[in-house]
Design a protein around this ligand. Structure first.
Ligand code: FPP
Length: 235
């Protein structure tokens, strides 16, 4: 059996920050801060190891249901992360992209994100994609609406619809589908993440909580992926 090569696109559901904090007797936001430290290491590792795309689920369309304190805290942590990391990521050729409608996130986070996108837009290294106010169903719905508008305006014919056309209208547009999706913290769900894009992804679940996830944890996931046989419905 031939081995897979390294995945070119890894997507991660960073779960377990709250439980990590609880275990230490700390407030939930301390868990998210520790999660930021894990993310820092993983982004740098991917950038240094020729991974072309890393997508992380940072804030879902459902996460607005959390307390106001936790929601605003997560966006503050995002600002701190970008303040501390973006120059170094830029130096390493990382391009930052956002998947999701970030027009409605708090202004300081929106501005930090816009500046980071602008600064890194011509970089050719790792594409680091943060899913923010992202939902897989919302992604597909928006693509469907944009195609319907074009059909209504006569720019497209209904017979032009194809899987490629739908893929191109998703937030991931020109980003290839993830070969490997990792979820931490022992939960075995996709939770509305990359629904269309995950059709043929390999899934890797680990009991480790996200703040405990290290470069070695990622290497273990990649090694496991490499042993799997993928046949995309063929033989
Ligand atoms: C899931 O853990 C985590 C989140 C909803 C937020 C992820 C945020 C970070 C890792 C902070 C840094 C992010 C960026 C982009 C800098 P949970 O709170 O659902 O954990 P639980 O299930 O144990 O309660």
């Amino acid at each position: 059996m031939s081995e897979n090569s390294n995945p070119s696109h890894i997507a991660i559901i960073m779960d377990g920050n709250g439980r990590w904090a609880k275990k230490q007797g700390l407030p939930r936001l301390s868990g998210h801060k520790a999660g930021m430290e894990s993310l820092k290491k993983i982004v740098r590792y991917c950038g240094d190891n020729n991974i072309e795309n890393l997508t992380v689920y940072a804030f879902s369309t459902e996460n607005w249901k959390r307390s106001e304190e936790e929601v605003s805290g997560i966006f503050k942590i995002l600002v701190i992360y970008l303040d501390r990391e973006i120059k170094e990521l830029h130096r390493r050729g990382v391009r930052l992209r956002i998947l999701g409608d970030y027009s409605i996130i708090p202004a300081p986070a929106r501005e930090a994100v816009e500046n980071a996108i602008e600064l890194t837009k011509d970089n050719k290294g790792l594409s680091f994609n943060i899913a923010l106010n992202y939902g897989g169903r919302d992604d597909i719905l928006r693509a469907a609406k944009s195609i319907a508008e074009d059909v209504k305006e006569g720019k497209l014919d209904a017979s032009d619809l194809s899987e490629e056309l739908i893929s191109s209208r998703l937030y991931t547009g020109d980003i290839p589908d993830p070969e490997l999706i990792i979820r931490t913290s022992g939960e075995l769900r996709l939770s509305n993440f990359l629904l269309w894009q995950s059709a043929y992804s390999e899934f890797y679940f680990t009991d480790e909580l996200w703040p405990d996830f290290t470069e070695d944890s990622l290497k273990a996931a990649i090694n496991e992926y490499k042993t799997r046989k993928r046949n995309f419905g063929g033989r």
